[in-house]
Ligand binder design. Structure first.
Ligand SMILES: Cc1ncc(COP(=O)(O)O)c(C=O)c1O
Length: 466
């Protein structure tokens, strides 16, 4: 809301990390040397880094202190017990399996549960989840609610389309489905939250058809905050109570703790099924580590035990979500269209609408992302046809993404509103000269996930207005 008094940062800064803004000619030189791919620019040459909110957060003084308490014993470390009891109490599952990040949790679970040719149904799969399902011979199906596509600022656009879920189960039969998943918040659809009403409905359908129901809980606390804020019957519940109600409804949780674990590395699986625990941990010992450390150091487990508690703090979440909303408003005021409402962890700019002179084949999102770096040293990521388009291997035709977006993800507890004001000023300058932003073409690419490593060339001089 435009005139809302923003909550102030509920922390003060005890340790600082200097960041440096290169001169514009140096930024131009760096981006040219990186062949206009921001993944290839050194972090030291970035002023404000909004590439991702994953593993980029700042730890609290309690977490830094906990780091020193790490018990590095191979088996049964005290640090594991701290981590285990914290996860048990928040996620309400008996068995806790640590892993070094979320995609390993996915790999272990799908390697164990999924039979070749089976479906996995999800409100929207995150890329690594989809990749792991495919890798095990499964078929990932996204069933986002109809409102997910609209640009109306309505709450809970991350919901599952439960009518389509039930239709799908009836049409294909429950035996063809390995599991139903709920991703909270729904990262791939803009960090939009899922309501508890929708989670209840989904769980009820899973119960009726005896299907396992799992959460991808990377941003569970942010999702719980949205439930408290926007679902009237939960207004008086605490974040912990809301999270508890969510997780009581499921059979298992996979989590990348690099987000709402407030840690730089970590993840886990939490389940009740003892047989599944045995199967997963057998594989885990082969590929990730012993059952009580799972690829993490004891000190990481201590940090996570503290982070998972801290993330439930209402004041922290209130500021976090308000900061994202504030940032979205500022970007809009600067004249750039965004996806509304703003979700939990990022602001998405609709670069397709902002730069209509650049066709999708020439990646308007990349044009804007490069401009944000050249004009302000800001790193963002294109989420459009560079990331999701390309030559369809079946038809040989070039396909474009449904939307040409630029994601500006906010690391947790890292940037102040003054950094965000600076970005909005840069965005405003860019808006004044947007006609001079060129499109791009790919000159070298890999077979998969090309956006990480491809080389690009500009269709017109990048520094035209300098
Ligand atoms: C919703 C979601 N699930 C899973 C993952 C994968 O987690 P990780 O990067 O820790 O492997 C991510 C990472 O961004 C995510 O956003």
């Amino acid at each position: 809301m435009k005139n809302r008094r923003q909550p102030a940062e509920p922390y003060r800064i005890k340790s600082v990390e200097p960041i440096r803004l290169l001169e514009r000619p140096e930024r131009l030189e760096r981006i040219r040397a990186a062949n206009f791919n921001l993944f290839k620019v050194d972090a030291a040459d970035i002023f404000i880094d909004l590439l991702t909110d994953s593993g980029t957060g700042a730890m609290s003084n309690r977490q830094w202190a906990a780091l020193m308490m790490g018990d590095e014993s191979y088996a049964g470390a005290v640090s594991f017990r701290h981590f285990e009891s914290t996860v048990q109490s928040i996620f309400r599952k008996r068995f806790v399996i640590p892993c070094h990040q979320g995609r390993v949790a996915e790999n272990l679970v799908f390697s164990t549960i999924l039979k070749k040719g089976q479906f996995v149904l999800n409100n929207t799969h995150f890329d690594t989840t989809k990749g792991n399902v495919l890798h095990k011979g499964g078929i990932p199906i996204d069933l986002p609610c109809a409102q997910a596509k609209s640009n109306d600022p309505i709450p809970f656009k991350g919901n599952m389309d439960t009518a389509r879920l039930e239709e799908f189960i009836k049409e294909h039969g429950p035996e063809s489905i390995a599991m139903v998943m709920m991703t909270v918040t729904n990262n791939s659809s803009g960090g939009q939250p899922v309501s508890l009403a929708n989670i209840h409905e989904t769980a009820e359908i899973c119960r009726r058809y005896h299907l396992p129901f799992f959460f991808d809980a990377a941003r569970f606390a942010e999702n719980s905050y949205f439930i408290k804020r926007d679902e009237p019957e939960y207004r008086d519940k605490s974040i912990r109570e809301i999270a508890g109600e969510m997780f009581d409804l499921c059979d298992g949780v996979m989590m990348s703790a690099k987000k709402d674990g407030l840690a730089n590395m970590g993840g886990f699986i939490a389940i009740n099924d003892e047989r599944l625990y045995q199967q997963v941990t057998e594989l885990m010992i082969l590929i990730e580590g012993y059952v009580t450390y799972g690829g993490l150091a004891g000190r990481d487990l201590e940090v996570l035990a503290v982070g998972l508690e801290e993330v439930l703090d209402y004041d922290y979440l209130d500021f976090r979500i308000a900061q994202t909303q504030y940032f979205g408003e500022k970007i809009k005021e600067a004249g750039l269209p965004i996806i509304e409402p703003t979700g939990g962890h990022a602001v998405f700019i609709d670069a397709g609408r902002f730069l209509p002179h650049i066709p999708a084949e020439q990646f308007p999102g990349q044009g804007l992302a490069v401009a944000l770096y050249v004009e302000g040293g800001i790193r963002t990521v294109e989420i459009g046809s560079l990331m999701f388009g390309g030559v369809d291997p079946l038809t040989g035709k070039v396909v474009n993404a449904p939307r040409e977006l630029v994601r500006m993800a906010l690391p947790r507890r890292v940037y102040t509103n003054s950094h965000l004001d600076y970005i909005a000023e840069v965005a405003e300058q860019i808006a004044e000269h947007k006609q001079s932003i060129p499109g791009y073409r790919v000159i070298k690419e890999s077979q998969f996930l090309r956006h990480f490593t491809c080389d690009l060339a500009a269709m017109a001089p990048v520094a035209a207005r300098a």
